[in-house]
Design a protein around this ligand. Structure first.
Ligand code: PLP
Length: 490
C-alpha cells in the first residue's frame, strides 16, 4: 500500500466504524445467524490472487457489524465483558502501525516505558505499592496464571524451576467455592493436578469462611502436604462477592503461604470511597490479577498482573539465552518484559489502556464504575418490587434474579426443579432475542438470570425496560413447557 492508498482506506474505514458505533443502540444486541449460515457467507475460494483494499474493508466491516454480538450495546450485560472505549480502538491501530515488540526494551523503547508507567498507575489507582512488578497479558486467566506461577516458585524451598515437582510434597492451593475456572486450568497445566485445589465453602454473602480455610490448611499440613497459595476473590465471577482480605492475609502469613487476589473483574471498584471497607487489605496481597478489558473499558485483550515483590516475579520467569543481548547499564537499567511473563514476543497491549486512563482520568473512571454499581442496585430494587420476579443477590455491579412462574392449575407452587428448568430455557431465549443480553448463575441450587453491568453506555431506561422483557418471555417459556408436559400441542 502506498501512503496515499493507506490514507484513503483508513479514512473510509474510520467513517464506517464511526457510523457503526453510533448505530449500536438501534441494532439487536446479537445477530441470529447460525454457524451454517455464517460459513456460507465465508464461502469465497482460498485467496490465490489478491483483492482491492476498499471493497475488501467495506465488505469485511459489514460482515462484522451484522454478525457480531455487540458487547458495546447499552443492553449487553452478559458474563463480564465490557463496552469498549473507542479510544482503545484507535490505540490498537496506532500500536499495530508502529508494531513494537514489547518483549525487550531494545525492541520497544517507548512502549516498554509506557507499559511500566501504566502498571505503576494501575497500582496507584487501586492503592497497591507502586514499587510492585507487573506485566500486561491477554486477560484474567493469564494474569492469574502468572500469579500462580510466582507463588509456586517463591513458596517452595527447592529450585522448582530446575527440579520440577518430582518426588516432592503435594502442593495445595485454596480458594472459595465459585472461584473462576482459571484455577483448574492452572493446576492442570502447571503440573499439580486439579485434585490439589481445596474449594472452601462460602457463607450466605458468598465470601470464603476463614475458619474452614485455617482448619483445611492445618489438616493438609498434618497429612504431609504443602499448602502454598490462597486465592481471594475481589469480585467473584458469578456474584461479585469480595472476600475478607485481612483474614486471608493473616492466615497466609501464619503458614508462609502466597496471598493472591483474583480481581479480574472487581478490583477497580476499590477506587470508590464507599468501597474502602469492602476492599480493605487489598494492599496485603502478594499478587493481584486485574483486567483492564473489563471495568477499565479497554478493548480485548488486556489483562494485568501486579506482584508486590518485583524480584519474585523476575525470579519466576527469567532466563538468559545466549542469543539475547538486551542488558542495560547499572546506572540506567532496562526492563525486558520477556523476563517477567510467559510470552517472548509481545504486542503493545498497554497503549490502549494508557490512552483510556489519560483520556478519561481517574475521576471519570470512578464515576462510570459508580454508575454501573448504582444501576445494578436499582435493577435489584426494581425486581424486588416486581411480581413474578425474585431478586436473589446483588454485589458490585452484578444482580442475580429469576423468573417465578404462576401457580399450577391446582393452585400449588411449581416445583424448584421446574423453576430451574424454566429459567435455564429463559436465559437462552433472552440471549437469542437480541432485546437484551444477560447470562446465568446458580446460587444455592437456584438457576438464575444474571446481569453484570460493566457498561458506560447503559442508562436507567435500559434497566427499567428489562423486567417487562423478562416477564413477557418468561410467560411464553412457561406456557410452552407446560404444554410440553401435558403432552399436547406437540
Ligand atoms: C473474567 C474473569 C477471569 C478470566 O479472565 P479472562 O480475561 O476472561 O481471561 C478470571 N477471574 C475472574 C474473577 C473474572 O471475572
Amino acid at each position: 500500500m502506498t501512503g496515499k492508498e493507506f490514507r484513503k482506506a483508513g479514512h473510509v474505514l474510520i467513517d464506517l466504524i464511526a457510523e457503526f458505533l453510533d448505530s449500536i443502540p438501534h441494532r439487536p444486541v446479537t445477530g441470529s445467524a447460525t454457524p451454517k449460515i455464517l460459513r456460507k457467507l465465508l464461502n469465497d475460494p482460498i485467496p490465490e490472487n489478491g483483492s482491492d483494499v476498499l471493497p475488501l474493508l467495506s465488505k469485511t466491516s459489514e460482515l462484522l457489524f451484522e454478525h457480531s454480538l455487540l458487547n458495546g450495546h447499552p443492553r449487553f450485560w452478559g458474563y463480564i465483558t465490557s463496552s469498549a472505549a473507542p479510544i482503545g480502538a484507535l490505540g490498537e491501530m496506532l500500536a499495530a502501525s508502529v508494531n513494537p515488540n514489547a518483549g525487550a526494551f531494545a525492541l520497544s523503547p517507548i512502549a516498554t516505558e509506557i507499559e511500566r508507567q501504566t502498571i505503576q498507575w494501575l497500582a496507584q489507582w487501586i492503592g497497591y505499592p507502586s514499587t510492585c512488578g507487573g506485566i500486561f497479558v491477554s486477560g484474567g486467566n493469564m494474569a492469574n496464571f502468572v500469579g500462580f506461577l510466582a507463588a509456586r516458585k517463591n513458596k517452595v524451598d527447592w529450585d522448582i524451576r530446575k527440579e520440577g515437582l518430582r518426588d516432592r510434597k503435594q502442593l495445595t492451593v485454596y480458594c472459595p467455592k465459585g472461584t473462576h475456572t482459571w484455577v483448574e486450568k492452572a493446576t492442570d497445566l502447571f503440573g499439580l493436578g486439579t485434585e490439589s485445589i481445596r474449594w472452601i465453602d462460602t457463607d450466605e454473602s458468598q465470601r470464603l469462611i476463614a475458619d474452614l480455610l485455617s482448619s483445611q490448611i492445618e489438616r493438609d499440613r498434618k497429612a504431609g502436604l504443602h499448602p502454598f497459595m490462597v486465592v481471594g476473590n475481589g469480585g467473584s465471577v458469578s456474584t461479585g462477592a469480595v472476600d475478607s482480605f485481612p483474614q486471608l492475609a493473616r492466615i497466609c502469613k501464619a503458614h508462609n503461604m502466597w496471598f493472591h487476589i483474583d480481581g479480574a473483574y472487581g478490583v477497580p471498584a476499590c477506587m470508590l470511597s464507599e468501597n474502602k471497607d469492602l476492599f480493605n487489605g487489598l494492599d496485603l496481597a502478594d499478587s493481584i490479577a486485574l483486567d483492564p478489558h473489563k471495568w477499565l473499558y479497554s478493548p480485548l485483550e488486556a489483562g494485568c498482573i501486579l506482584v508486590r515483590n518485583k524480584e519474585a516475579l523476575h525470579d519466576t520467569f527469567n532466563f538468559h539465552p545466549e542469543y539475547y543481548k538486551f542488558d542495560g547499564t547499572d546506572e540506567d537499567p532496562v526492563t525486558n518484559f520477556h523476563e517477567y511473563g510467559l510470552q517472548n514476543s509481545r504486542g503493545f497491549r498497554a497503549l490502549k489502556v494508557w490512552l483510556g486512563m489519560k483520556q478519561a482520568g481517574r475521576k471519570a473512571y470512578v464515576k462510570m464504575i459508580r454508575d454501573d454499581i448504582g444501576l445494578a442496585r436499582s435493577l435489584f430494587e426494581i425486581i424486588q418490587g416486581t411480581e413474578g420476579l425474585e431478586a436473589v443477590f446483588n454485589s458490585l455491579s452484578i444482580t442475580v434474579f429469576r423468573y417465578l412462574p404462576t401457580p399450577l392449575e391446582n393452585g400449588a407452587a411449581p416445583q424448584e426443579e421446574y423453576v430451574n428448568r424454566l429459567n435455564e430455557v429463559l436465559v437462552t431465549r433472552l440471549q437469542e432475542s437480541g432485546e437484551a443480553y444477560l447470562s446465568n448463575a446458580v446460587i444455592n441450587g437456584k438457576y438464575c438470570l444474571r446481569v453484570c453491568i460493566v457498561n458506560f453506555r447503559t442508562a436507567l431506561s435500559d434497566i427499567r425496560a428489562l423486567p417487562e422483557i423478562v416477564l413477557r418471555m418468561g410467560r411464553a417459556v412457561d406456557n410452552e413447557l407446560r404444554m410440553d408436559r401435558r403432552g399436547s400441542f406437540r
